[in-house]
Design a protein around this ligand. Structure first.
Ligand code: SF4
Length: 333
């Protein structure tokens, strides 16, 4: 398939699965027609595999969660792709542009950077990157940093207020620019970390969904990297040599709790490779009848002869010896 074929190909929502697979698998030898941003992509076998994997996973997430409306080929939605200058958002933009070039994403993309006036933020990097790569963009500067530091005591984390202010401004920009969605670069590990943060500290089973409608009901929030492993995103960004802007300029982080959860996940993955993938899949396979949330499953009406929400088998329960072993383990700590 030539680059020309890819640009003029059928679009997501109407393209057959076979044609889509071909468009994903068939990286053209001559990619001179591709977006400027992708022209210098490394041509090693390993990098091509990585690029294809990210393309496949992002397209899968877009399809699975219906991010592109069925009438997109006619009504042409526009997405505001949010770039902080970190590895995740650069990768997000590159993969979306790649899919679009292959005729698999019938959406107009507008790259957006919100400069929050954090001390040391290099304001020249993203404009230069956009210009060099011919990327349609909007850059907005709003000094949320001063607001946050004036309202939050120095020893507390700024993240909650900072992210609320940022989100409000991004919604406003999306409306002004006629976008139906803001698109964020959160990947699989971000979603898992948030899940465990909520589990350990929030007392609820919840994470960041791949697709959400805002409280006002007029915009979507999309996370097309939801299936992508952070290590793949990092390798891709390094291979593409994106001009990364450090992410700790504000001097605040989400506190020790997120760091702890991050470390815990990384330790688990090191001890049992593939565990993060299993946990991410679990988030897409809940069994309300085998949890304790009465708002999701009508336990009160459950009687012999009723269906257990599709799964009659009970979970394996630990026997007395198993429970005693666990008690001893904790007692030994
Ligand atoms: S780490 Fe900094 S920029 Fe990010 S949300 Fe927290 S305060 Fe805002």
């Amino acid at each position: 398939m030539s680059a020309t074929d890819l640009t003029s190909g059928p679009e997501a929502g109407v393209i057959s699965d076979a044609a889509a697979s071909a468009a994903l698998m068939d990286l053209p030898e001559d990619d001179s027609g591709c977006p400027v941003m992708l022209r210098n992509a490394p041509s090693t076998v390993e990098f091509k595999k990585l690029r294809k994997r990210l393309l496949r996973e992002v397209r899968q997430a877009i399809d699975d969660y219906g991010m592109v409306p069925a009438d997109a080929a006619v009504k042409r939605p526009k997405w505001l792709v949010c770039l902080s200058g970190g590895k995740d958002s650069y990768t997000l933009l590159a993969v979306l542009m790649d899919l679009k070039w292959r005729g698999l994403l019938p959406v107009d993309l507008l790259a957006c950077n919100l400069d929050q006036a954090q001390p040391g933020f290099p304001p020249e990097i993203l404009p230069a990157f956009f210009e060099k790569n011919g990327i349609e963009n909007i850059i907005v500067r709003e000094d949320t940093f001063s607001i946050v530091t004036s309202k939050i005591p120095a020893h507390k984390t700024y993240c909650s207020l900072c992210s609320r202010l940022r989100r409000g401004i991004l919604y406003r920009i999306a409306r002004e620019q006629g976008c139906e969605a803001i698109v964020l670069g959160h990947h699989r590990e971000d979603i898992l970390e948030t899940f465990f943060m909520n589990l350990f500290h929030g007392g609820r089973l919840a994470s960041m969904p791949p697709k959400l409608v805002n409280d006002e009901g007029d915009l979507m929030v999309l996370r097309p990297l939801a299936y992508c492993a952070e290590s793949d995103v990092a390798k891709f960004a390094a291979g593409m040599q994106f001009p990364i802007i450090p992410c700790n300029l504000c001097g605040s982080q989400d506190g020790l709790q997120r760091e702890e959860v991050k470390r815990m996940l990384m330790d688990w993955e090191r001890a049992s490779p593939g565990r993060l993938g299993v946990m991410a899949r679990a988030l897409a396979h809940t069994r309300p009848s085998h949890l304790l949330d009465r708002s999701l499953f009508d336990f009160a009406s459950l009687r012999p002869g009723e269906n257990n929400g599709g799964e009659a088998r009970d979970a394996e329960e630990p026997c007395g010896a198993g429970l005693a072993m666990t008690r001893n383990l904790f007692a030994a700590e």
